[in-house]
Write a protein that binds this ligand. Sequence first.
Ligand code: DAH
Length: 338
Amino acid sequence: MSDTVAAVDWEEHEDEAQSAIAGAATPAELEEARVRYLGRKSELAQALRAVRDRETGMTLNSLRDRLETAVETRRNELERAELDRALTQEVVDVTLPGDELPLGHLHPITQTRRQIEDAFLGLGYEIRDDREVETAEYNFDKLAFDPWHPARSHRATFFFDEGRLLRTETSPSQIHALEEGEPPIYMVSIGRCYRRDAIDATHYPIFHQFEGLAVDRRITLADLKGTLLHVMRAIFGPERRVRFRTHYFPFTEPSIEPDVSCFLCEGRGCPVCKHSGWLEMGGSGMVDPTLYEFVGLDTEEWSGFAFGCGIERVAQLHYDFPDIRALWEGDLRVLTQF
Ligand code: DAH
């Protein structure tokens, strides 16, 4: 072994190693040079293992130190060069638009509700938000429902006890508005209502209504018609017409059901309007004087009209929504379409 050590010209060997290290252009080349000149099987390592005399040992140890330092220096240089390259080439362009975050949007019922609110705010109406837990007194008695009216049945309405229930309509707001304020009153009440309805494509036990009440001097049926025409046009387009059919509600006299001309077929007849050219839009009428008597208003001086309509129905027509159940299921694949 010592022959091998003696045979190597270590100065020449160092020159060769130093230029291999300094000439390494990549970390892989540098690693190759390190293994070759400093690795376990390198001539230097073998010589160090075989060395017997102190002087040669010191010479070879300091040669190893110098080569190790050279490898370290070159490694730092290569790393810095790589960093410089990355900093210039892999620059982040802060002016590029970022990835778009998926934004939510309003539920179709909320959109419809706001559209209705806007139409009434434009007419100077006040928007009310009344209680969903009502008393039978406000939901039925003060609205002149007969004691035998089927809506009072526990099978039709969600009762908590004899006196308290989930409101079946927004009409109790009429009484609250009359009791709380002095005429002239122009209000719209919007919110949830509840009925024990079997679920199908157009019915759900929870639904929304908007309810209007206008009480002033010399209010006539023509005012009701004009108001509904304005609102229906705001919702379904400027070409819409409104017509009335006689009906019965306990708290209006006369009671009338408004229809709006079908916006899908322009009144010519289509499956949505059942080929009649008209769409039914809830109930309305002139406020029955009995209600004014309940709240102590002079029926000679004041008159008014009221109307109520389901928001789901408006939304279904407006967005061409085939099944009301989708409004409650929260399925984003459906809701994001509206
Ligand atoms: N509350 C009635 C219903 O749910 C709708 C209604 C009819 C409201 C006539 C009114 C009205 O304000 O005047 O069927």
